[in-house]
Design a protein around this ligand. Structure first.
Ligand code: ZN
Ligand code: ZN
Length: 278
């Protein structure tokens, strides 16, 4: 059971000499629970590279969208498996204020992209959730929770017989308005998970300017991991202007923060190309 990052950046791709180490592609994370299926969280620009690897295998693909803001969908037209005849691809989105999982294909029209969604060769289907926002994909349970973000969207909890992980990006843990999901609800959704990936876009000194923008402070993600007693925390959706040197420094501070609380939680900075075994 392997997790691999293909895009870790928030808002817009940010290539350049200052982002070589952690990567400049927008959100895309691969999870391989078994030999039958692959789960992909978000289709940011990082999914182009991932698609080149998946073209030569036959596993069914499930695309789990946190929401449909550009930085989470804009790589989809360059994901080669959508052009493979008969390739099975499931689309999942939940708790969006507008649209459904299928609406992610609307960017493929004559105006925004030369190939239209009607021309795709893969067998692409929307996967429905049950009343509680969960679904079984093979032996893997997928659960959702509404995130605090403009336009809505979902965080995901994935349970397999071997382990569990949670993917939550573009989520403001303490928004200025009434939260869609309250802090205690987040703690209970995440409780005891093996690996937590969480939005960590801003630093404390960027407040109050960024309050209400739909993202969390790094310090809040650390506190959440502590309160929910997770085993590993991966800080994610880095600000596009954050340099490698700044991310290195933030990681060192974050580890010190955990150590000063005698917490056993391992903290990492999400980094393009890096894998974690569950
Ligand atoms: Zn985003
Ligand atoms: Zn967003």
């Amino acid at each position: 059971m392997k997790l691999t990052f293909y895009g870790v950046r928030g808002s817009i791709a940010s290539p350049g000499k200052d982002t070589v180490k952690y990567g400049g592609n927008t959100s895309c994370v691969l999870f391989e629970p078994d030999d039958e299926i692959v789960l992909i969280f978000d289709a940011g620009t990082g999914i182009r590279h991932l698609g080149q690897h998946l073209i030569s295998d036959s596993r069914d693909i499930y695309l789990l969208f946190s929401h449909h803001h550009w930085d989470h969908i804009q790589g989809l037209p360059f994901f080669r498996p959508i052009y493979q005849r008969g390739r099975k691809i499931g689309l999942l989105s939940n708790n969006l204020n507008n649209g459904d999982a299928g609406s992610v294909l609307e960017q493929m029209n004559d105006a925004n992209f030369p190939v239209t969604s009607a021309q795709l060769q893969a067998e692409i289907e929307v996967v429905a959730f049950d009343d509680r926002g969960s679904v079984m994909i093979g032996d893997t349970r997928v659960s959702t929770i509404p995130m605090n973000h403009p336009g809505g969207g979902s965080g995901y909890r994935i349970e397999t017989t071997h382990g569990s992980l949670v993917y939550i990006t573009d989520n403001e843990l303490f928004p200025p308005h009434e939260a869609t999901t309250s802090y205690p609800e987040w703690v209970s959704f995440i409780q005891g998970v093996d690996l937590l990936i969480h939005d960590a876009m801003y630093l404390d000194d960027q407040m109050p300017k960024v309050h209400g923008w739909g993202h969390s402070l790094i310090s809040q993600a650390l506190q959440l991991a502590l309160d929910a007693e997770v085993k590993r925390l991966l800080l994610f959706h880095h600000d596009p202007s954050r340099t490698d040197a700044q991310l290195d420094a933030i990681l060192a501070d974050s580890r010190e923060w955990m150590a000063s609380r005698s917490a056993q939680i391992e903290v990492f900075m999400s980094r393009e190309g890096e894998s974690y075994q569950l």
